[in-house]
Design a protein around this ligand. Structure first.
Ligand SMILES: C[S@@+](CC[C@H](N)C(=O)[O-])C[C@H]1O[C@@H](n2cnc3c(N)ncnc32)[C@H](O)[C@@H]1O
Length: 390
């Protein structure tokens, strides 16, 4: 730095300048106002040289203070991008795009998706659409790609929104099996998402290998953006009480029925037959279909009617079907299967009621036997029947 420049900087605020800034972030922060004042009339390089720090540290300080040299232009570009993304999002609601996952996600605005629900390809060489090439990458490529996809999902997830990422195993570098959730877990934490649960999806039937145990479950990682789900609605997925007539044996409710009349609190073990071969609800023509019940449960638990559910690997349209049936909006993408989805979704309509599977004939009888009349006060005629003024 020239002596003239140093002189100018000192006279602009030298009294508060530390005698010998070391370049550590805390030291730069300690004289932030002087750094930012100098930045107004000098380049990042000159400012960094004066404060004996790196250009990156000065730039990072400017970012944090919203004082980059071209701040206005940057903010304008950001607002413009958000406008375009909102327009795109509106245009894709209740449709599935034939598109690559990263292209599709790039079109969505930050903080906009209440539920990302999907099952990605496992990189096992399945023949999706045009042969196995879309599912046969090296392990390290697959891992990097998955992290990219998940970080875009994290960006687009709404605050309090839920990520439901259903996976099995892939092949590792040596050809052995690697459970996908175990390698992605730490990356999701690093992305700032909050771990909520890991669902064991138990599949009662499947292949029987000769030299190892039969695989009878896959998992779904469930994360939120922020500490809590914005919606958590267990009632439509409660399970029947094992002892519906059980009573409290102590405390103020002693002798009263102790279970929830809607059924037991749902657990993270979901036993659901897979959608292979002649399974009910299966659509022929996709090699790795998810059962509708899996998507339906997740949607009922973590969204409200009208919320948007996005599946970035829509495949045969399972998530879209579950969203339509439960009265939610849907969107998503897939490289293939547009005809299969169109045909399937044309036949789907909203369910007329939401069953409460935790209530059984037995539990209903138990609770009805305890029913007592409830006194409801008569309507106040002055409040309800008074003529409307004006
Ligand atoms: C496990 S399957 C999902 C099945 C879907 N849940 C269903 O029930 O039909 C994975 C899907 O990802 C799609 N896919 C693979 N690579 C993709 C990419 N780069 N972008 C978008 N979709 C992709 C495949 O075509 C396949 O349909």
């Amino acid at each position: 730095m020239s002596a003239v420049l140093a002189e100018r900087v000192c006279s602009a605020g030298s009294a508060a300048l530390p005698a010998a800034p070391t370049g550590r972030r805390e030291d730069i922060d300690a004289c932030a106002s002087e750094v930012l004042a100098m930045l107004q009339n000098h380049s990042y390089e000159d400012t960094a040289a004066h404060f004996r720090t790196s250009r990156g540290k000065v730039y990072s300080l400017a970012v944090r203070a919203g004082a980059r040299k071209n701040e206005a232009a940057i903010l304008e570009r950001k607002a413009d991008r958000r406008r375009r993304q909102l327009e795109f999002m509106e245009s894709v609601v209740n449709s599935v795009q034939k598109a690559d996952v990263l292209d599709f996600l790039a079109g969505l605005p930050d903080d906009s998706v209440p539920l990302h629900l999907c099952s990605p390809p496992y990189n096992l060489g399945l023949s999706y659409g045009q042969g196995a090439s879309a599912d046969a990458f090296s392990y390290s490529y697959y891992l990097g790609w998955s992290i990219q996809v998940l970080s875009e999902m994290a960006r687009t997830l709404a605050p309090g929104g839920t990520l439901f990422y259903q996976v099995g195993s892939t092949r590792g570098p040596d050809g052995g099996l690697v459970p996908i959730d175990t390698v992605l877990f730490q990356h999701l934490i690093t992305m700032g998402l909050t771990f909520k649960t890991r669902i064991a999806w138990v599949v009662p039937h499947g292949l029987t290998p000769k030299r190892r145990l039969a695989e009878r479950y896959e998992t779904a990682l469930v994360f939120t953006k922020g500490p809590e789900h914005r919606v958590f609605n267990p009632d439509p997925v409660r399970t029947p009480q094992r002892q519906p007539g059980k009573r409290a044996f102590r405390g103020p409710n002693k002798g009263q029925l102790s279970g929830n009349p809607f059924g037991a609190h749902p657990s993270n073990v979901w036993t659901i037959p897979n959608a292979r071969h002649n399974a009910p609800g299966r659509v022929e023509g996709h090699p790795a279909q998810m059962p509708v019940e899996l998507a339906r449960r997740a949607i009922l638990l973590w969204t409200l009617p009208g919320d948007l559910v996005v599946d970035c690997f829509s495949g045969s349209g399972t998530t879209a079907e579950a969203a339509i049936r439960t009265g939610r909006a849907f969107s998503g993408c897939d490289l293939f299967y547009e005809d299969l989805r169109a045909q399937r979704l044309a036949a789907v309509s909203p369910d007329l009621s939401t069953p409460l599977p935790g209530i059984t004939d037995e539990s209903l009888a138990v609770w009805q036997a305890e029913a007592r009349p409830v006194h409801v006060p008569a309507r106040d005629p002055d409040l309800f029947d008074a003529p409307v003024p004006g």
